[in-house]
Each structure stands twice: as structure tokens, then as C-alpha cells.
Ligand binder design. Structure first.
Ligand SMILES: Nc1ncnc2c1ncn2[C@@H]1O[C@H](COP(=O)(O)OP(=O)(O)OP(=O)(O)O)[C@@H](O)[C@H]1O
Ligand code: SF4
Ligand SMILES: [Mg+2]
Length: 327
């Protein structure tokens, strides 16, 4: 297994108390596999990814438990300089906002080239040539002419391509893309997503794709992990989730996206708000919003039940949820 996150806990010290952002998350990604991580704002998708990458904001954040095994080695046990070597060369991250992730006072050629100078000991000239190659590869037109331009001189979609180029420069085994297309308009979104999927295939990388958008996931992901209040509530191969979700929260997310085959059906919204992470409700954290909740849900935290060999659901009533979904 390329990456295995085991029972990860992350908390933040805040003025209102300890915010429990990640509460026992386990997931894994293999080489060549795409895992989509889904969930509402504040569910802990990014914080989990930051802990994996070793870029958590500490303090106020703190990993309070768990393991992050990368090729069998626990990254959480590494010293910062060893961690830094892993970052970039073996795993890289793509962020939503390229403009703030890229350095505004360096040309894109210098930023791309720096990867090769620092990690591969190349000369500046050779590194620049590699930068142009990379820009070509992510299909930036007239790369040789544009290599000397600054990030603000590129459109949003082109900047996102530059960030993808940076991330894959050293051909890492794993890429984490955190809402990589959210800031772009719809047509550009599709192009960037396609590019990412294509490069992943070509390079055989593992990809973790964090997104709000269940719509894009169907085409690119192999597996889905749905997060709620810092926990994984359902994980399954992508087609299983679309066919019949085994958790009412997943059901709610699916019903809240417009789908062609659901034409005419009224668009649904999950009622209520995600919980305050300094005071997560007892029992099933989703119970205040769940249409299926009953007494046991208010007292007993559901474990991740085994639905089938490669499916889990943290719902006491996953069976009836699947049945209702397949009906
Ligand atoms: N720097 C921070 N300081 C304090 N609390 C934080 C910090 N970063 C994250 N948190 C807490 O962790 C929770 C989870 O944040 P996270 O960024 O992982 O959410 P997310 O699922 O990525 O949401 P979004 O879809 O909005 O990006 C937040 O709701 C917040 O309570
Ligand atoms: S355990 Fe209960 S409250 Fe939680 S999702 Fe299942 S039915 Fe709803
Ligand atoms: Mg996020």
C-alpha cells in the first residue's frame, strides 16, 4: 500500500476550547488509485491532508494520535528535515488557490526550475529547460515564451496548470489535490480535472482528490471516502456509492446534486448545519440532522460497520439505508 492513514486524530486549541477536527480517520491509497474525499465544509478533509503532508498549522493544531504510513514508514515519526525530503519528491499537494500558493515575485520558470535545482542538483539552465518541458506537458501554450512570466500574468486555469506542473515535477508517487478546480469556472474546471486524471494515469501515481463536488468524482475516482465531523462515515468503490449509499449522510449529499437521471425530482438539501467541533453531539454525530435517527443514535457512536468486503458505513441502520436506496 502506498499510503495508509491509521486512526488519525487532529485537534486545534481555540478560544472556545479544543476543536476536534479529525477523530480517528483511516484511509488508504494505492499506486495508480484515485481516492476522492468528500464532505461538507469543516468536515476535516483538508486538515487530514495537511497532517499527511506534514504541513499542519502547529500550533494551534496538533496530531494527537494515529499513524501516517507512506510505503510502510510512519511519517509522523520523522524529523522535519526528513519530512521535507519526502514532500515534493515523493508526495506533493495541489491547492485550490494557485495565486496564493505560487510565489508572486518569482517567474513561473524559476519556481518550476527550483524544484530541479534543489532536489536534483541541476544547473539553472538545465532546470529552466525542464520547466519549459513541464509547462508543455500541462499544455500551457507557448511555454518557451511564457516561462519568464510571473504568476499574475496567467489566467486562473493556466495558473492551476502551473501548480499541477510543480506538483508532478519530481514525479512523486502520491499527489493530494485539495479542491483543485473549485476556484475555476465550469468549463475550465473540466479541462483541469481531465489533465489531472490523465497525468495520474500516465505516471501511475496515487491521487487523493478532495472535493465538495460529487458530480466530478464519478468520472475520475476509484473509491470514495465520505467525511462528517472529522470521521469517515462511509467508504466504498465509487459505483457502489452512486448505486446505493449505505449512510444517510451520503444519501443526502447525493440527493443534493442535480443529476440528469433524476430530472424532475426536487433538489434536496440536508437540513441543519455541521456540528461545532468543540462540542460534537454524543452518539452518532449526524443524529441531529438525520432523517433516520432514533434513540440508539443519540447515545451510541456507530462503528464503521462492514457492509461488504470493500465497503464500510458508520450507521447503525446501514442495511435499511442500502435497501431504501436500491428500492
Ligand atoms: N488553523 C486552524 N485553527 C483552528 N482551527 C482550525 C484550523 N484549521 C482547521 N481548523 C478546524 O478544523 C476544522 C476542519 O477544517 P478543514 O479545513 O479540514 O475542513 P474541510 O473539510 O477541508 O472544509 P472545506 O470544504 O471548507 O475546505 C474546521 O472546521 C476548524 O474547526
Ligand atoms: S446511526 Fe442513526 S443518526 Fe447516525 S446516520 Fe445512522 S440512522 Fe442516522
Ligand atoms: Mg478544505
Amino acid at each position: 500500500m502506498l499510503l495508509e492513514v491509521r486512526d488519525l486524530y487532529v485537534e486545534f486549541r481555540t478560544r472556545d476550547g479544543v476543536a476536534k477536527a479529525v477523530n480517528g480517520v483511516s484511509y488508504s491509497v494505492d499506486a495508480g488509485e484515485t481516492l476522492a474525499v468528500l464532505g461538507e465544509s469543516g468536515s476535516g478533509k483538508s486538515v487530514t491532508a495537511q497532517a499527511v503532508m506534514g504541513i499542519l498549522d502547529t500550533p494551534p493544531g496538533r496530531v494527537s494520535g494515529g499513524e501516517v504510513l507512506f510505503r510502510g514508514r510512519d511519517l509522523l515519526a520523522l524529523k522535519e528535515d526528513a519530512r521535507r525530503t519526502v514532500r515534493g519528491a515523493e508526495m506533493a499537494m495541489i491547492f485550490q488557490d494557485a495565486l496564493s500558493a505560487l510565489n508572486p515575485v518569482l517567474t513561473v520558470g524559476d519556481q518550476l526550475g527550483e524544484m530541479f535545482v534543489v532536489h536534483r542538483g541541476m544547473s539553472k539552465k538545465a532546470a529552466r529547460a525542464r520547466a519549459v518541458e513541464l509547462m508543455d506537458r500541462v499544455r500551457i501554450p507557448a511555454a518557451a515564451e511564457r516561462v519568464g512570466q510571473y504568476p499574475h500574468q496567467f489566467s486562473g486555469g493556466m495558473r492551476q496548470r502551473i501548480m499541477i506542473a510543480m506538483a508532478m515535477a519530481l514525479e512523486p508517487a502520491l499527489i493530494i489535490a485539495d479542491e483543485p478546480t473549485t476556484a475555476l469556472d465550469v468549463t475550465v474546471q473540466a479541462q483541469v480535472m481531465e489533465l489531472l486524471a490523465e497525468l495520474r494515469r500516465e505516471l501511475g501515481m496515487g491521487l487523493i482528490l478532495i472535493t465538495h463536488d460529487l458530480g466530478v468524482v464519478a468520472d475520475v475516482a476509484d473509491r470514495i471516502a465520505v467525511m462528517y465531523a472529522g470521521r469517515i462515515v462511509e467508504t466504498a468503490p465509487v459505483h457502489d456509492i452512486y448505486k446505493a449509499p449505505a449512510h444517510p449522510y451520503t444519501r443526502g449529499l447525493l440527493d443534493s446534486i442535480p443529476r440528469l437521471d433524476h430530472k424532475g425530482r426536487e433538489l434536496y438539501a440536508i437540513k441543519g448545519l455541521p456540528p461545532n467541533l468543540t462540542a460534537i453531539p454524543p452518539g452518532c454525530p449526524f443524529h441531529p440532522r438525520c432523517p433516520r435517527a432514533r434513540d440508539v443514535c443519540r447515545t451510541d457512536l456507530p462503528p464503521l460497520y462492514r457492509v461488504s468486503q470493500d465497503r464500510r458505513s458508520a450507521c447503525h441502520f446501514w442495511e435499511e439505508t442500502v435497501d431504501a436506496s436500491s428500492a
